[in-house]
Design a protein around this ligand. Structure first.
Ligand code: ADP
Ligand code: MG
Length: 569
């Protein structure tokens, strides 16, 4: 006979053995003891204010480190709250592990407390959803859940733990030992396909490289930088592919994005899907004759939406390394004086000038461009930028440049609002443990901030020096002029309705810091914004809220295409 151990201890120890370092959650019956067991196992436990934000935080850890963060939640409503997060992780292809407590098995079917069919409910949002049937089978299921979350195309996994399994006890001799993380197999490209890719690339007239967040997740930055440096090919990055190669590279033609997509004859697609973000790869946003060379870890992704000319299932690191080797042998360099490069450069310059003019207009109430220009100029190099909100995220993406990979976290493929504060908390913890000098800036629309604003308390409690900049236009998309809002509020006429997108005018989100005996920044001008950011950067031990009031009707510069509506299939 060995010593007795309980399910909580077994679970905590095997999570640690699997490399899980961070668990985000909210405790309650039946996972209270588990949260303590996690701390005993030397895992960082972070208590959040909503399970959805906890799940956003855990998946951001997964994206930043390659090992999933975990979520700890109670049964029923606790787990249901995580589904927004699980769906977001699954659709973003980010690893996350959700651990839910559930009703004791002998209460099932007779109205147990918070009883619901958790394993089935989690299944559509995950790659693996299971309930370990006994304490001694916990290690096997945890290993499988972590392996499935990480291997192939990453995603979410769910494990369900009835109260009786967590608190039950077994002889420790019945617990299998040696449950370390299984190595992720590297998938290498078919050499024949690499040859096909080289042939097409070296004969392209208007080539374009598109870098997606798959390249960031694959940690293929060294290889992709070599490729771009060697070949002189123009590139575009998707929102979170930004920074794999620096946005400041002279090969980055982001300001000429529409022109580049429409006219490229060959596209090398590195870890990006031809979904709505890339207008499905179809006319009229892409040329009908474009040849796509697609590299993706997921075989199921190949040929999606349009037939690829060359479809390569591979991890990006070895595939791009192989391309570099072969293109070197061919001595392939795409000429800078080529007509294609000239047209891209000209368009980029024109667009830069338009944006510059808008950014230099600093009259109040401010516009987005002025706010972002000044924000960017005052941020430290290489901070991690979290961003969400409609205009805030879209305009911010082009103005807040990234020089390093995995330094931008945003609403992602699912377009999820409410992710920002959870992501920022994860990013700040990541910095604290792995990159202590780095800062995290969270640029939020006022509506986006509202989804998980109470996580400010989490930031204060864990002393996370996140700079939260709220770009406050008093609404979703657009808000109401303060006088109009005041009229409606004060009219006493309840039939006067507020438009659905409007929020209270000029809300003092900065005053949330008063809840903790501190003060935030209320900003209306560019100099005030500069001062606020400088002060925030001095602050190493607590979050800062900078509430920037902008014009409620401020908008994007005119676009050549309307967002989703002009992608006709
Ligand atoms: P973006 O939003 O930047 O366009 P997506 O999330 O649509 O990016 O696409 C990322 C792609 O990268 C997914 O299809 C995913 O399968 C792929 N991917 C993830 N990890 C790797 C890897 N290590 N090697 C190759 N492809 C990867
Ligand atoms: Mg807004």
């Amino acid at each position: 006979m060995g010593e007795e151990v309980d399910g909580n201890t077994v679970l905590a120890q095997v999570l640690k053995a699997q490399g899980i370092e961070f668990v985000f959650g909210i405790i309650g019956y039946p996972v209270i003891e588990l949260s303590m067991a996690l701390q005993m196992a030397d895992i960082h436990y972070i208590g959040m204010r909503n399970e959805q934000a906890a799940c956003y935080a855990a998946q951001a850890i997964g994206y930043l480190t390659g090992t999933p963060g975990a979520v700890l939640c109670v049964s029923g409503p606790g787990l249901l709250h995580t589904f927004g997060g699980m769906a977001n992780a699954q659709i973003n292809c980010w690893p996350v592990l959700v651990i839910g407590g559930s009703a004791p098995q002998d209460h099932e079917g007779i109205g147990g407390f918070q009883e619901c069919n958790q394993v089935e409910l989690a299944r559509p949002y995950s790659k693996y959803s299971a309930r370990p049937p006994s304490i001694s089978l916990i290690p096997l299921h945890v290993e499988k859940a972590v392996r499935l979350a990480k291997n192939g195309r990453p995603g979410a996994a769910y494990l369900d733990f009835p109260a009786n399994i967590l608190s039950g006890r077994v002889d420790s001799n019945h617990i299998p030992k040696q449950y370390g993380p299984s190595a992720i197999p590297t998938i290498y490209p078919d050499p024949k396909k690499i040859e096909d890719a080289v042939k097409i690339l070296t004969t392209a007239k208007r080539p374009l490289v598109i870098i997606g967040k798959g390249a960031a997740y694959a940690r293929a930055e060294k290889e992709v930088n070599e490729l771009i440096g060697l070949t002189n090919l123009p590139f575009l990055a998707t929102p979170m592919g930004k920074g794999v190669v620096s946005d400041t590279s002279d090969k980055c033609i982001q300001p000429a994005r529409s022109l580049a997509l429409q006219n490229a004859d060959v596209i090398l697609l590195l870890g990006a899907r031809l979904n709505w973000i890339l207008h499905f790869g179809r006319p009229n946003r892409f040329s009908p004759d474009v040849k796509v060379i697609q590299i993706d870890i997921s075989a199921e992704e190949l040929h999606n939406s349009v037939q690829s000319e060359v479809a390569i299932q591979s991890d990006l690191k070895p595939a791009v390394a192989e391309l570099v080797t072969r293109l070197k042998q061919e001595q392939f360099v795409f000429s800078s004086s080529d007509e294609w490069w000239n047209s891209l450069r000209k368009k980029s310059e024109d667009n830069r000038r338009t944006v510059e003019a808008m950014a230099n207009d600093v009259q109040t109430p401010l516009n987005y461009y002025a706010v972002f220009k000044s924000t960017y100029e005052n941020l430290p190099e290489n901070c991690i930028i979290v961003s969400e909100g409609a205009n805030t995220m879209d305009i911010g993406r082009s103005m807040l440049l990234n020089k390093l990979p995995r330094h931008r976290l945003d609403a992602g493929t699912f377009g999820t609002m409410g992710v920002g504060l959870g992501f920022a908390i994860a990013a700040a913890l990541y910095c604290r443990h792995y990159d202590p000098k780095k800062r995290v800036i969270c640029v939020e629309g006022d509506s986006a901030f509202g989804f998980s604003g109470m996580e400010i308390e989490t930031m204060v409690r864990y002393k996370l020096p996140i700079i939260v900049i709220i770009v406050n236009n008093s609404g979703i998309y657009t808000g109401m002029e303060p006088e109009v809002f005041k009229d409606i509020q004060e009219s006493g006429d309840v039939t006067k309705v507020t438009p659905p997108g409007c929020l209270s005018s000029c809300t003092r989100y900065d005053n949330m810091m008063a809840l903790f005996g501190k003060s935030g920044h209320f900003v209306q001008t560019v100099p005030e914004l500069q001062t606020a950011i400088k002060q925030a950067l001095q602050n190493q031990n607590e979050p800062t809220i900078i509430n920037v009031i902008i014009n409620p009707t401020a908008d994007r510069k005119p676009q050549s295409f309307n967002w989703l509506t002009e992608s006709k299939l």
